[in-house]
Design a protein around this ligand. Structure first.
Ligand code: PGA
Length: 323
């Protein structure tokens, strides 16, 4: 008699196997998954092998030193993430019923938000010691990639794309200011026209940065083009370049959080500045927020935004001080 082909079913897979596989697929590395899960690399490989036997298909393929998800691997990865997320949400709801706020908050913020996000999170973590926070800091473009791949719970960004598929709400102001070295000739001037600023060598953020987008659209709207001298991938590097007299820049006032506005950098009194931007927090519209994410959202709109705002309320721009 002919034997029926072996039946493969994900139902034979264990939750542990899905957890281990999810970590390997996320890192695309057995070693990193083993480190994250405090397991040995052979035991990670065994779990993935068992899962792939249950599925009846290889989940990874190896090319050179790198591993890639196969088509079946991609499917199982999406399903594993959904299943694990939904279990985490259940855990949080049960903890909530017990009067506890427990679970993980995955927050992704754009580079410039790093000047206030840790402070805001600090108070939140003290308030809710059962909540474990992971903070990813990246530029606007990469943050949007993460959002579309549904990697994190909440996202903080300066200018969210307008789309019915995204829900974003403003929570605090993000004034963009023009800066120069304190010794720069424009530092003491009042009501500098934008066209005058455009004559100065300009230091700008890298492509993909939200700050860069804001600067580019500001100059375009006024029919001007900044004289870009240098492109740098970090606000701190830009501040150092300005302090070193290499040019001027437009950055969020939050970037002056530590030194304030009486340090080596002067905020210029340019007409139309500070640009009245906002920070937004959001997520994909259809996403069911976890108890922990909802708690953070409420906290941010209530008390967190006041903490985020603190340095922005600091001393007036040096250029506007008398004398
Ligand atoms: P950036 O983003 O840090 O990538 O420049 C800032 C923003 O979104 O406003």
């Amino acid at each position: 008699m002919e034997r029926a082909p072996a039946l493969h079913s994900l139902r034979a897979a264990s939750l542990r196997q899905l957890q281990v596989f999810e970590a390997v697929a996320r890192h695309l590395s057995f070693r990193k998954a083993a480190e994250e899960l405090f397991l040995s690399q052979p035991s990670v490989s065994i779990q993935v092998k068992k899962l792939s036997q249950a599925v009846g298909q290889p989940l990874f393929e190896q090319l050179g030193k790198r591993i890639y998800l196969t088509a079946a691997g991609e499917c199982v990865y999406a399903g594993a993430r959904e299943a694990l997320e939904s279990l985490a949400r259940v855990e949080m709801k049960v903890a909530d019923l017990k009067g506890l706020k427990q679970g993980q908050l995955r927050l992704a913020v754009v580079t410039t938000a790093k000047y206030f996000a840790p402070r805001v999170l600090g108070v939140f973590c003290q308030r809710y010691p059962g909540i474990e926070v992971s903070l990813k800091v990246t530029n606007r473009e990469r943050l949007l990639e993460r959002l579309h791949a549904n990697v994190d719970d909440l996202y903080v960004i300066g200018r969210p794309p307008e789309s019915p598929e995204l829900h974003f709400e403003p929570f605090v102001t993000n004034p963009l200011v023009a800066m120069a070295a304190r010794t720069h000739p424009l530092a003491g001037e009042r009501r500098i026209p934008l066209a005058r600023l455009a004559e100065e060598p300009f230091i700008i953020r890298e492509p993909g940065s939200g700050t860069r987008m804001a600067v580019e659209s500001l100059f375009t709207e006024h029919g001007l083009r900044p004289r870009i001298r240098m492109e740098l991938g970090s606000n701190e590097a830009i501040k150092h370049a300005i302090a070193g007299g290499l040019g001027v820049a437009v950055l969020s006032r939050h970037t002056l959080a530590l030194e304030g506005e009486s340090g080596p950098l002067a905020v210029l009194d340019v007409e139309g500045f500070p640009l009245p931007w906002h920070w937004y927090v959001g997520y994909p519209s259809g996403k069911e927020l976890s108890v922990v994410a909802r708690t953070f959202l409420d906290y941010l709109q209530d008390e967190g935004r006041l903490i985020a705002e603190l340095p922005v309320l600091g001393p007036e721009p040096a250029a506007r001080l008398p004398g």
